[in-house]
Design a protein around this ligand. Sequence first.
Ligand code: HEC
Ligand code: HEC
Ligand code: HEC
Ligand code: HEC
Length: 135
Amino acid sequence: MKKNPFALFTLIFCGLVFLMVGVLIAASIPESIVISNKGYDQDRRGPVNFTHRKHSEEYKVACTECHHEYQEDKNVWKDTDPVRKCVECHDPVGKKGNVDRLQNAFHNNCHGCHKEMKGKEAPYRKCTDCHEKKS
Ligand code: HEC
Ligand code: HEC
Ligand code: HEC
Ligand code: HEC
């Protein structure tokens, strides 16, 4: 049977594009992020230095575990969509409708996952495992 060289080319081309998109997504996410929002009624704890890329690459956490945009209770956010800051939807001062206040949104997201990982080293309760000392 005669092979179609065009089909092979298409296959390789698609594979390369797929790979490049993956590399671009990975490269576009910051190594680490200092989470330090303003607007809380009190600023009681120091900033949190979050190892963003490690969570995604080393700990293999899917982007959608943390990033979302809900439409009719479904997360419609995709890895290549622009990312909005949590504070744009989660109010630092109080709950708005069914959207939790910012501190709870962070704690529920971070703790929620760490809590499930029994026997691992991920911080769950100890405040200073995440929060820097306030200067
Ligand atoms: C797994 C990481 C993690 C742990 C452990 C953690 N926090 Fe947080 N916490 C965060 C993140 C992230 C924020 C959001 C910080 C911001 O928006 O500036 C936050 C925000 C807060 C805020 C609101 C912002 C402020 O500075 O007032 C308070 C208060 C707070 N945490 C208290 C605590 C206390 C008390 C403990 C220990 C019992 C604790 N946290 C443990 C991650 C953590
Ligand atoms: C374990 C949670 C978590 C995972 C997994 C995660 N992110 Fe994030 N990401 C965050 C948090 C928290 C922020 C900071 C948001 C804020 O400041 O309000 C952030 C910020 C970002 C930003 C904005 C960075 C900046 O400084 O402007 C981009 C872009 C982003 N994430 C993309 C991604 C992509 C793409 C993936 C998957 C490959 C991913 N994230 C995986 C939690 C996560
Ligand atoms: C575009 C708006 C939007 C952005 C940006 C956003 N959220 Fe949310 N989030 C929501 C809405 C709306 C809900 C409520 C969904 C429901 O219960 O129907 C929610 C629910 C949650 C929940 C589950 C309810 C709870 O508090 O336990 C967590 C946790 C959470 N968000 C954390 C985050 C974190 C962390 C970020 C930033 C990385 C973030 N959100 C960014 C809109 C947003
Ligand atoms: C869906 C799961 C998941 C979510 C969500 C998550 N983490 Fe983690 N986290 C992990 C895993 C897995 C580890 C590594 C545990 C180990 O190897 O023992 C980790 C480790 C850590 C560590 C210690 C090691 C390091 O890389 O610094 C810190 C600090 C931490 N996480 C902070 C956070 C903060 C802050 C958030 C919320 C913005 C968060 N995590 C959200 C899964 C998660």
